[in-house]
Design a protein around this ligand. Structure first.
Ligand SMILES: O=P(O)(O)OC[C@H]1O[C@](O)(CO)[C@@H](O)[C@@H]1O
Length: 457
């Protein structure tokens, strides 16, 4: 697909302002850099310290774990004392050169507080991963795994109920095609609101909060919080598919992943999709993002809930969960579901650079899809390059080259946790600001937005 050069721009020279920490401390970027993200790093250091204490030999592993806490502390020090971003050290991953090229070309010598939010935050997670990957004994350690699994374990009762609900919905939709549109809308909303369960923004998510969220979803109370909603247009595309291909660029593991898996389950069961490709992250990312391991863990736990060490479930719900888990394992084994964790997703570039910097993800995967779902806040920020767009900018316009007329349909399902947002009518945006000053950062509002690509007419 030829890329219209006019739609690309140098990463350090965007057409609208990028979010940089305000010197007077007044914006969310500053709060993230000053408080929220250092706090995340502190949690990782403490968790690693605890893991080192628990680790029974070899001694070299214990000593190395202690050294890693030192490296992580140095990273935190660089951040809080506003040092320049330094090149990544070689950790054997293929993306190190791309990261360092990007840093040297676009942000040479820039300090943390001078660098755009999207840039320093992704860089921080990549640096953290490198610290572990370069070690001998901790290279495969997912420093967020314990938090991800504990949150899911605590919500097993809600998980089983949700599975039973979608199982019933699937049976109805299979028996009566007229019910599919409503079911699709419900599943999109569930996948959207699942995005509230993000541990980088809400580190102390309780099972009560999850159950409350689920109740709000079930009662339809969240409908008015979807401030841009292209569900009908998306359905018009999905309804035309018979055995199509759907890709899902994943976000958070646990409860959100479950909603995405249930959406994929339904799409296959009713024959809309013959193939679903999931795109998780290759390294631990933004605390709760899905890795390959998290995906398989969820399927394994569905097949055998005792693996999660969860409290007892209602027998009927547990049976449904086991049956669905076995079905998902079969779909993976048969290649109907596939996982592709391309490195581009944890690289420095926004998604408008997919055709030029992320060919493996774009040419070898996404362009083959009929519809690509992008989940969550960070993916949205990367879709629109986290710029201060006029709020009414059409979604497709903000996407740039990946909204081309021969591109797949692109759908964003995102609860807004950060200022950047497009595709909102100006009058509506004013109303929202009056209703809730920080509406765009609160995680309480969502968007379901479409760029139709080759389905435009
Ligand atoms: O899991 P999500 O939806 O991508 O949210 C994570 C995002 O939200 C934030 O926590 C706040 O914007 C960012 O750190 C990150 O972009």
């Amino acid at each position: 697909m030829p890329v219209d050069a006019g739609l690309l721009f140098a990463p350090n020279d965007p057409p609208f302002k990028a979010h940089v920490a305000a010197p007077d401390g007044s914006n969310f970027t500053y709060a993230s850099l000053h408080d929220r993200v250092p706090h995340i790093l502190t949690d990782v250091i403490n968790d690693l310290y605890a893991a080192v204490q628990e680790r029974a030999g070899p001694e070299a592993a214990v000593a190395e774990g202690k050294a890693l806490t030192g490296e992580l502390s140095r990273l935190k020090h660089e951040m809080v004392t506003n040092k320049p971003l330094t090149p990544l050290e070689d950790d054997g991953e293929e993306d190190v050169a791309a990261w360092n090229h990007w840093l040297a070309t676009y942000f040479p010598g820039a300090t943390w507080y001078q660098t755009p939010f999207l840039a320093w935050e992704t860089y921080m997670y990549r640096r953290m991963a490198g610290i572990f990957r370069r070690s001998q004994h901790w290279a495969a350690h997912d420093f967020f795994a314990a938090r991800k699994e504990a949150t899911f374990r605590a919500s097993m009762a809600a998980v089983a109920q949700l599975c039973a609900r979608v199982d019933a919905l699937t049976a109805e939709s299979a028996a009566d095609p007229a019910k599919r549109r409503v079911a699709f809308a419900e599943l999109l909303q569930a996948s959207l609101w699942g995005n509230q369960t993000d541990l980088s923004m809400f580190p102390d998510l309780t099972s009560e909060a999850l159950e409350e969220m689920q109740a709000r979803m079930a009662s339809g109370a969240n409908g008015s919080k979807v401030v841009a909603n292209d569900t009908d247009r998306i359905w018009q595309i999905a309804a035309r598919l018979r055995g199509g291909r759907i890709d899902i660029v994943l976000d958070n593991s646990g409860f959100e992943l479950l909603q995405d898996v249930l959406l994929a389950h339904w799409l296959v069961a009713v024959g809309i999709a013959a193939k679903v490709v999931f795109h998780p992250k290759r390294i631990p990312w933004y605390v709760s993002d899905v890795t390959n391991r998290d995906f398989h863990w969820l399927v394994d736990v569905a097949r055998d809930p005792s693996l999660a060490g969860a409290p007892g479930l209602a027998p009927g719900d547990e049976a449904t969960l086991r049956r669905l888990g076995a079905c998902w394992a079969g779909l993976l084994a048969d290649g109907v579901w596939e996982l592709r964790d391309e490195l581009f997703w944890t690289g420095p570039y926004g998604f408008r650079y997919l055709p030029t910097e992320g060919r493996d993800a774009w040419e070898n995967a996404l362009v083959k899809a009929d519809i690509v779902f992008f989940k969550g806040d960070l993916n949205y920020r990367k879709l629109v390059y986290d710029l201060d767009w006029p709020v009414a900018t059409p979604f497709a316009e903000a996407l740039g080259p990946i909204a081309a007329p021969d591109a797949p349909a692109i759908v964003a399902l995102r609860t807004a946790k950060c200022d950047t947002i497009v595709g909102i009518d100006e009058a509506r945006a004013r109303e929202l600001s009056a209703e809730h000053k920080d509406w765009a950062c609160s995680g309480q509002y969502g968007v379901i937005q479409l760029s139709p690509g080759r389905w435009a007419c």
